[in-house]
Design a binder for this molecule. Structure first.
Ligand code: ADP
Ligand code: ZN
Length: 530
């Protein structure tokens, strides 16, 4: 009875129209729904805002029984169910925010065939009583939302997701559809393996978000830069500003408010009711800026977020893509802007070094950071690079900073040699290691107290780098770190050391192409084009 013929297809379309009020399917929705309605398993990779929900909601309505949706977004279940009920869909949820009487009532409704959809928190699936309930209820489809949460290397890992393999084992005849907006080949493989979806058909939508303009600029006075961005281009717009730490979230939100820009903080350290209030204000009110850690955002469906700003470097392109993907879900022009500096690189390297994972895990984090740095320092189209990361080929986009104002490449070989040989001399002659600041002071021949204390004015490289400014040197160091031509050492002090690939540069066997940072002044580098 699980086989539903292709003749059911007009039913899917009429459900789309009568229940959801849309005229036609988007992208591959129709093929996905057809496949699942017909009893097949599916893995759906679609960017945020692409329309994943309908891919399981419609099969749940077309097939007999109740659709069971596993979702980690417990805080949003109530809203999701309310929204569905408003459309006339009979929906309920089961999670730990309910009393057992409420859960019992939902279960009874499902058993009586009175529900089309039930949202389920993943931790409930590990419970024997939940499994027995699912044995007794007629399930039309299992949907696994945010399926990348099963990936142990991803930043959204939920241990409870590992239990979801039970779905295919215990109820093999019921179609499963796993959905995610994270689509690197590695994550994909992990989802298939851990959820036992080897026989699922995979649907990959394009990950391009053409209305988002990507921009990454050197970090100088980040707050000033952010305020300029908002004032000159996003006055009165809703936006999200991501910061790494709770502390910088608080400080940034306060600073924006002082500047007359309405802003609210959001991070895991705030009491639950404050977070809930800030979140609902952000969704309801116009023109609010949410300053947040990455704790904010998953499942937030606010169509008119006009900009997403990063004041700190994300750890991976996946994270960056997800976070920036919250801008412009309505398809109108939106900005993904980031300020990025040398200190970010050093800090992220130190975070990886100090993390408690094993070596393999650290290597993986390191590779993810390398890819992110590559995106920051590229001379190529940013969108092209992002899409390549997701295995998608594309042409230069014309709607990112490197397309609009191509950065000038310059031959940084001599500069790199000067910097690297300073590191070598310090090590060989003094057995010392220093951070970028001191190295740059040496190259610029500055007579600071720290230079005097260490007698660094005696080094042969003292003052040999005056052809560049302090800012330019910082850009050189940043790019060498991004290219792996120098490294942050593991001593926890942010000191720099050579890598194997430094030597060919020092010996003059390899040249180093660097990009010239655009000049950052108020308004510069962010003129509206076209
Ligand atoms: P995702 O879960 O992939 O982030 P959603 O399922 O929340 O995306 O859909 C994003 C938005 O697009 C929602 O407002 C949804 O109602 C709308 N949408 C989805 N499919 C269609 C369609 N076929 N026609 C018009 N709007 C659609
Ligand atoms: Zn581009």
């Amino acid at each position: 009875d699980v086989q539903v013929a292709a003749s059911e297809r007009p039913i899917a379309l009429s459900v789309l129209r009568s229940t959801f009020g849309y005229d036609s399917f988007r992208g591959e929705q129709e093929q996905i729904i057809d496949h699942v309605v017909g009893g097949g398993d599916a893995l759906v990779l679609m960017p945020t805002g692409g329309g994943k929900s309908l891919c399981y909601q419609i099969p749940a309505l077309v097939r007999p029984g109740v659709g069971v949706v596993v979702s980690p977004l417990i805080a949003l279940m109530h809203d999701q169910v309310t929204a569905l009920e408003a459309l006339g869909v009979r929906a309920g949820f089961l999670n730990s925010t309910q009393t057992s009487a409420e859960r019992y009532a939902t279960e009874q409704a499902a058993l009586a065939g009175e529900l089309d959809l039930v949202y389920l928190a993943p931790e409930r699936l590990g419970l024997e009583r939940t499994q027995e309930f699912l044995d007794r209820v007629r399930v039309s489809v299992f949907a696994i939302d945010e399926a990348h949460c099963v990936s142990q290397w991803g930043h959204d890992f939920r241990p409870d997701y590992l239990k979801l393999s039970v779905l295919g084992e215990r109820w093999p005849e019921i179609p499963r559809i796993a959905l995610t907006a994270t689509a690197t080949p590695a994550t994909r493989r992990e989802i298939v393996e851990r959820l036992g979806l080897q026989r699922a058909r995979t649907f990959v939508a394009s990950f391009d978000r053409p209305n988002i303009r990507y921009r990454i600029e050197p970090k100088q006075q980040p707050l000033r830069q952010l305020v300029d961005l908002i004032r000159t281009e996003h006055d009165g717009d809703a936006g999200i500003v991501y910061c790494l730490s709770r502390n910088s979230v608080e400080k940034t939100a306060e600073a924006l408010v002082r500047e007359g820009i309405p802003a609210l903080p959001y991070h895991a350290g705030l009491p639950g009711d404050v977070r809930a209030e800030h979140q609902s204000r952000f969704l309801r009110e116009d023109g609010l800026v949410m300053v947040a850690t990455i704790a904010f955002g998953m499942g937030i469906d606010k169509p008119d977020v006009r900009f997403v700003a990063h004041l700190d470097l994300p750890r991976s392109i996946e994270g960056y893509y997800q976070e920036t993907g919250r801008a412009g879900r309505d398809g109108l022009p939106a900005t993904a802007w980031m300020a990025y500096g040398l200190a970010d690189v050093v800090q992220q390297r130190q975070l990886i070094e100090g993390s408690d994972g094993d070596e393999a895990h650290k290597r993986l984090l390191s590779r993810q950071l390398d890819a992110m740095l590559g995106l920051c320092e590229t001379l190529r189209c940013r969108r092209q690079l992002i899409l390549e990361h997701f295995g998608e080929h594309s042409e230069p986009c014309g709607n990112c900073d490197t397309c609009l104002e191509p950065p000038t490449p310059w031959d940084g070989t001599v500069a790199a040699q000067k910097l690297l040989s300073t590191i070598v001399r310090l090590k060989r002659e003094r057995n010392q290691r220093f951070g970028a600041g001191q190295l740059i002071d040496i190259l610029l021949g500055r007579h600071t107290p720290k230079i005097a204390r260490w007698h660094h004015d005696q080094l042969s490289t003292f003052g040999i780098g005056t052809e560049l400014t302090d800012l330019q040197w910082r850009a050189v160091v940043r790019q060498l770190l991004a290219e792996g031509l120098a490294a942050v050492s593991a001593d926890g002090h942010g000191t720099l050391e050579l890598t194997e690939t430094s030597w060919p540069v020092l010996r003059g066997e390899q040249t180093v192409a660097l990009r010239q940072d655009p000049v950052v002044q108020a308004g510069a580098g962010r003129r509206r084009k076209g």
